[in-house]
Design a protein around this ligand. Sequence first.
Ligand SMILES: CC(C)(COP(=O)(O)OP(=O)(O)OC[C@H]1O[C@@H](n2cnc3c(N)ncnc32)[C@H](O)[C@@H]1OP(=O)(O)O)[C@@H](O)C(=O)NCCC(=O)NCCS
Length: 341
Amino acid sequence: MDIETPDVHDAETVDQMFAVLQAAHLVDEPDNPPPCGVAYRVGMRQHPLTEKFERRIIRDDCRVVAVLSLFMPLVDNTAFCDAEVTVHPDYRRRGLGTALLREAEHIGRADGRRSLATGSIGRWEDGPQRSEAGRRFLEAAGYDLVLTEVLRSADIDAVQPAVERELLAQAQAASVDYETIAWTGRTPEEYLAPIAALNSTFLNEAPIGDLDLEPEKIDPDRKRRREELKIERGVFLCGVFARPKGSEEIVATTVIEIHTEPGDVAHQQITLVAPNHRGHRLGMRVKLENHEQLRAARPEVRSIHTGNASVNAAMIAINEQLGFVPVDAWYAYQTDISKTS
Ligand SMILES: CC(C)(COP(=O)(O)OP(=O)(O)OC[C@H]1O[C@@H](n2cnc3c(N)ncnc32)[C@H](O)[C@@H]1OP(=O)(O)O)[C@@H](O)C(=O)NCCC(=O)NCCS
């Protein structure tokens, strides 16, 4: 069993790597949106500058049967890395996953990283049955559970229009001193600096359990570059910002992404209200206004998927009012690789 560094410019190898992810998706999380082949193939060839990826594969004969992707931030969180190990369902329980996880630890340690995080889909409460393979595998490898995120989804029309109008009217009434800005595609230039400043606080504000992460320092260039890389990967973005009337400071944001495949599914990204501006229903307002914008801009979208730390009561309360129901959970694990022999 040889571990190989794939040639990311070899389309056949990349196709086979993606096929492993697709096969795993069907077995491990069929109710969640499948991975997007367009984003995967383009992402393989991108050079983000503020982060790097190491990839490894294992083949059986010529066919790729197991894939490692290791994410390593370069600007902040330079002691942290995040691994995804995926083994084709027909090749499990043969030690391939362990071999790739140990390889990730080795690469991370050699790069001076302290913490290696990874994770797995699993069952949430009385939701659909899920394979326990990922969690058992990581526990067997000595990793600690550091965060539980509940994944929820909602049909685009989960809430009756009259109820939604009422929720929006209440939210707008509670936040009359604020104005909102809706945008699609790229963040308009004039909002880049204030939104970068707000985004920089995210890892301080959202519950991240014991993940060994520090807040990112996001400047306008970094924000723009990140967005451009997503757009290159075929991602459609739409968002709503809020700011106090008469102020340039953005104090609330929400963003939704749609991948090329499947094009009828939306992925909720960051929603954040700055601490001094909470309690005015801004979270509800920006989300509802963004849903309205999403329906107009991409009428083919049928559902929205989101994930929140199980302890994030404020965000979960909003999502439940918007018709989101739990599907399953993402269990994040971490280990200290500086201590691994
Ligand atoms: C999790 C995953 C990577 C494991 O790959 P694998 O090659 O089957 O793992 P290994 O053969 O190295 O298993 C090592 C140990 O993990 C545990 N384990 C793995 N799968 C298990 C399962 N289905 N049930 C219980 N324990 C399991 C066992 O202790 C196993 O040792 P054993 O076979 O001697 O009992 C694979 O199931 C997978 O791709 N799942 C989807 C992606 C995922 O969840 N990845 C998690 C890490 S990023």
